[in-house]
Design a binder for this molecule. Sequence first.
Ligand SMILES: C[S@@+](CC[C@H](N)C(=O)[O-])C[C@H]1O[C@@H](n2cnc3c(N)ncnc32)[C@H](O)[C@@H]1O
Length: 265
Amino acid sequence: MSEFEQTHELLDPKLKTCFGDNITYTKYYQLLQNASVVNFKRNKDLVDITEHIGDLQIQHGKDMYEEIVKLNMIDNLTLNRMIQINDFVGNPFFCDIHPKMDRCSPNSIKYVYHGLLIVKKLKDEKLNDIQFVEVGGGYGGQCVILQELCKLFHIRITKYKLIDLDNVVRFQEKYIQAYNMHHICEFIPYEEFKHQEYSKGSFLFSSYALSELSDPIRHEYYEHLLPFVDYGIVIWNNPFAVDLPKQHTEIAHNCHNITGKIFSF
Ligand SMILES: C[S@@+](CC[C@H](N)C(=O)[O-])C[C@H]1O[C@@H](n2cnc3c(N)ncnc32)[C@H](O)[C@@H]1O
């Protein structure tokens, strides 16, 4: 059997992305199995995947900062405090992003920016007592920041369901536990998501995840999850297909370096 055949024979379909067989979740999946919560944001291999810190990410951090300012929902002190919360665990590398910001991980700015978009939507739609379902939440930072933001804006979260690959949800649980914020969370491995109950009116969030899954897996979510979520924000980075089966609008932004489209329904 050729090397090509071996690689492709061994590739578990759940680790495939929409980007083809050279871009898979394999390394991420293996690394998170034994990663240390205390230090994982400095793990050389994970840095490439989650804690991006090149020039592009610094520019992206600046762009997201400008978008946060435009939203006009939190002051600078609160912004810095929110970011520090996510930077508190995992020992991230810090960057100078903007003169008005403390040194931080650009990834944490992303979680605050996306969190504010979610809170704005909840406020606009007058939603409270909300059940979140996050598909592909990475190490779990969005869940931590969103819980903090909801507290700040007096929004009650009844449940926060995180669906991801089994190794990844197990790591998310450890990360969120480090903040003692796991009590309202359910950590659901991808293999089990179809057998769960989702409350009507649930809110879906997914950034760079649902959109980039392989076509068959994305369609499993379309069939078994999307009918149960009435609201959502999805950061869409699939250049080949825009097929979210919900009537949605697009949230305009100026983060042209990285963010794809932001869909809201
Ligand atoms: C590019 S990362 C995005 C992480 C995070 N949302 C962020 O923006 O930082 C893609 C995420 O999708 C997850 N993922 C991969 N396959 C999945 C599946 N079948 N179901 C749910 N999540 C999956 C990965 O484990 C990872 O957490």
